[in-house]
Ligand binder design. Sequence first.
Ligand code: 4AD
Ligand code: MG
Length: 462
Amino acid sequence: MLMTRIAEILRNGQPDTIVTIKGWVRTKREQKSFTFVEVTDGSSMNGLQAVINADLANYETEIKRLSTGASLEVTGKLVPSPGKGQRIEMQAESFTVYGESDPETYPLQKKRHSFEFLRDISHLRSRTNTLSAVFRVRNACSAAIHDFFQERGFLWVHTPILTASDCEGAGEMFTVTRFDLDNLPQQTGKVDYTQDFFGKPTYLTVSGQLEAEIMSMAFSDVYTFGPTFRAENSNTSRHLAEFWMVEPEMAFCDLKGDMDLAESFLKYVFKYVMEKCPDDMEFFNKRIDDSVLDTAENIINNEFARVTYTEAIDLLIKSNKKFEYPVEWGLDMQSEHERYLAEELFKKPTIVTNYPTEIKAFYMRLDDGEKTVSAMDVLAPKIGEIIGGSQREERLDVLERRLKEAHLDPAAYWWYLDLRRYGTVPHAGFGLGFERLVQFMTGMTNIRDVIPFPRTPLNVEF
Ligand code: 4AD
Ligand code: MG
């Protein structure tokens, strides 16, 4: 196959081979009789250095048009590079400029820009070192996720984005409004927000779990991987209004099997990314957070900590640490508590299980005594909750009772109850916040910087 991607050329390109690259100028250094141009096409951390000699026919007219951000195509011969830090470079034989990039107005200068500044130019920020490394790692994570589940015989199921049920029962849903064709807002000047989806209240999904449960009752092991939405007005570095979730669901599985899956899943994804993106991971370790490589090693090689919620509360109380929020059996854990456990106490991912029934969703399986449910959260150092999951309530009578207690109408969940009526089995699953995983892996502190186009309150530019 013809080598055209710069990552491949940097890795395997042999001297004397002729190649053509297409990309954007990262830097240009003009010398007397030639010009160095570093070209990037996004496939690797480093660009390929092209040496363009002044004796090329179009040199005089075209070289001026090249500056950072300009697009071009270069054909030439690969030669060993005398420069430091690169094995190979290109001696250009011809080059064509596609589009100039005015250095006076191009927002990306050679200096380091703040992430805040870059968020305002999300249409250009993927061209920077950091963001392009993030999105390569994000891509590798996605590939790893599919590989992991496919290798284990899980079926990838596509669950709907439009839904009528609130899976988490937390009332954090966006509603869907239908524009009436006779009453378009362009004509009337106002939007009629009472219009719902053809007469039925409809929302953007907060989780594909309920539909994944349906599919797992036919295919045993399934997973979803897609966008989910939460209408929470939280402006934190770990919340988005639109984020991607990975949700495996397994029939004939209990809480222990769920925890084991979550642990081997995270180990697999970290290992995969370390193998596929070593340069990007080195970069994060050097430039973003110097614990990134240690964290990855730690995840891959050590068992996660596992404690019950009751034990975790005891440990928090015994720590004598001053927390902002109260610690008391029955209260939900805040991120400061989660981070203390994973970051300071256990210093590794920590799985907390068997939370109080009162603070968890209706579908989680009641433990004996009914004070707790078979829930689990995986807490990550520096992030807090990264995975939330549970064994599901598979007993028809118990589930009916739980729905009523949660003030949900069992009639609206007839299909969900049917799964317990016909061939019910113990089953379990979890949801991984995909952006939180990418944060955890790269050390990026703000969730807005690990998704190409973040959606948060007051932040929808296009
Ligand atoms: O804990 P959650 O709410 O669990 C569920 O939705 C279950 N139905 C999943 C399941 O069992 N199939 O969300 C799962 C994960 C969280 O642990 C967190 O990592 C992430 O989704 N998450 C968010 N990520 C970014 N922005 C938000 N607003 C998020 N809300 C949850
Ligand atoms: Mg949760």
